[in-house]
Design a protein. Sequence first.
Length: 382
Amino acid sequence: MSEGQKRVLIVSGEASGELYGALLAERLFDRYSDILIYGVGGERMRKAGVKLIGEITGAFGITETFSSLSRLQKNYDSIIRCLDTEHPEVVVLIDFPDFNLKVARAAKERGLKVLYYVGPQVWAWRKKRIRTIVSLTDAIAVILPFEEEIYRKNGARCEFVGHPIMEEILAVKGSRGFIRQSLGLRPDGEVLALLPGSRDSELKRLLPLYLEVVGELSRRYGSLQYILPLAVGIDRKAHRALLGRLQDRGVRLVDGRSTEALMAADYALIASGTATLQAALIGVPMVVVYKLFPLTYIIGRLVVNVKYISLVNILYGGEIVKELIQWKANKSNVLAELERLIREETVRRNMKKAFNEIRDIYYDKRPSERVAEMTGEIAGWQ
């Protein structure tokens, strides 16, 4: 590290946050030639030029977090060493609130600036956290439009910056036929995209269901093609048997490339999460499914205060896409909803109309560029 060099630490916790961190790092390097960026992330952040001090865990839920405690502690220890030895001028925290708020406290104790990117969803659960979040941050960048007012009312410097997924979508070039061919799909006929989540625990619970659904759809719609993009960080070996059986039934597997997979698709079966918004912004009619470890689900029902779990329905303010959660996420229900999409043009048209309204919210935003600007503003570089 040279004297006078600008220094930033970016901390992400799972695949989606790691993507946002990589995009942010690229914009920071574009903006500042003399910047050094440390981070907790994965291969995308490394390729963007970030010096990694820890790897993402993807911990989620009660049991998943327990199983990842060792890595979380190792990452935290590495972060503390970075704060004490490298003295980053700004610590950018991306989502992953239970862990990152602990990091925020450590950063503020050392007199460092903190920017929270993808602010914790206080509107959904643990609303009392908002005072703590505001006290531990210098600025908050949110990705849902209604969050800005919630944070500002509580004294935060907060801005709705848009969603990085929109940037990813706009960066993909080429016709649908070209994209399909690049993914190993036929350019003609219909395609169903299968997105089972970005965590190994999600795949463990959803891949058996996806296998059943594909088996039946293949009998009913012989020409239907299938593509399943595996999220970065997924351990293929842990799911080798189920993934192999899906391939045997004609499912095309690709690493990453979820944006392209959705652009190639006519319909999608998606685990609730960022991918639902991704599909909506692209305009792909979808069915949302999700299964949690039973204890995690029971606790979640007690503490989470939302009517819907998919970002699409939350933003729209109604159930524009069907959500099949826990025991409702079964072969019979999923097939019924997918067939409704395939057969009923009115259902698809209404979905796409709602998706266009959501797309209008995000289309002109450039979140990575704006968060890079905010980083410089709170550091006093501008």
